[in-house]
Design a protein around this ligand. Sequence first.
Ligand code: PMP
Length: 425
Amino acid sequence: TRADITYFGAGPAALPTDVLETAAQALLDFQGTGLGIAEHSHRSELATNIINEAKADLASYLDIPAAEYEVIFMQAGGTGEFAASVYNLVGAWVARQHAAVLKELGSAADEGAVTAALRARVETGLKLDYIVTGGWSLKAYQEAVRLLGPEYVNLAADARAINDGKFGKIPDQSTWKLSNDAALVYYCDNETVDGVEFPEFPAVLAPRPDGTGPVVVADMSSNILSRRVPVSNYSLLFFGAQKNLGCTGVTVAVAKKTLLPPVTTQPAPALMRKLGLPIPPIMLQYETIAKNNSLYNTLSIFDVYIAGQVLKKLLKTYPDKVDGQQAVAEKKASIIYGALEAHPDVYRIVPDKAVRSRMNICFRVTKNGNVDDTEKAFLKEATSQGLTGLKGHRSVGGIRASNYNSIPLEGAEKLARFIEAFAKA
Ligand code: PMP
């Protein structure tokens, strides 16, 4: 049964049982309306309330300054955000250049001259910087190359270059080759496949004292809600719901309002075509989704509802909000890593100690030399004890224990005891 299992899957992840019980009821009959939550119109007042409450609770839990950031529910997953971030931030960059060109040439300048000046700026100045530290930032980088062409995309750092072609380290920030006025600098805060997490916000990307600074974008799909985030340092952060927030189906984008109208408006499609640059599909255009309070088209209110219930539970459990959850996440991770470290002859932790993820704990079971067979035995034995979902990502193999928020302290302790017992057996 559900009560016998601790599920360490990487996503979708386990959800709190009481949230699912409430949601199951809501699916049948939401608040005595006779209609389930997935049947109510996304245009109804109750749907709007669910969206607004989830937004407010997220902002409260993470201390998102509501006056400066827009919280948007999107639908194309983390993968969709790889594209959305490119489209929207290239648009914002072009909008800035457009304003500068108009200032330079005067607003009476003819359209051809403006376009020519803009084209020159695009050719010499448009760059998107990617810090590649694992499989997910690599995919984001590849998507940018696919959408724009390699000439505009700068691989500012590649962690494989300092680790024999494998992920597991984060290159020293002094070696990052950052562009001047990049349309975005992208990184993945927690690499779900490789078990690499940024220990803190990369200082080299911090805003300058005058408030200017790089346009920082971060993928926080697999560690959001597990630690404090210096939100003001980001232009955009995004995360799929299916690890720490809720169930698969919604993706959250937290976008700085200065990137949205009235401050920044996506350039006219005709202009972008003249410049040879792509425009966002309407579903990926932040200003459209934001303007419609995430209801430009039919949004799964059920998914938002689940996320909202998870947030309410977190706020109730931790009076000090994300700081409380952060302490628990750190404790759980240290218990599991501690058990692995106690047996270096049996276990090899994959990433470098300085960048180990608190969320995805990746290791190999090297006892007996025959790693494959030993890992199979490890997984089989773990499963028989109710510790499931521990198989590593298909691209890297090994074992991965995903230590998301819904894993209770006792679950982490149980896994640590198993790691210990398996080593001794
Ligand atoms: N980024 C990260 C860090 C992820 O872990 C994942 C999915 N596991 C994705 C992006 C892609 O998310 P999706 O499957 O929702 O497109």
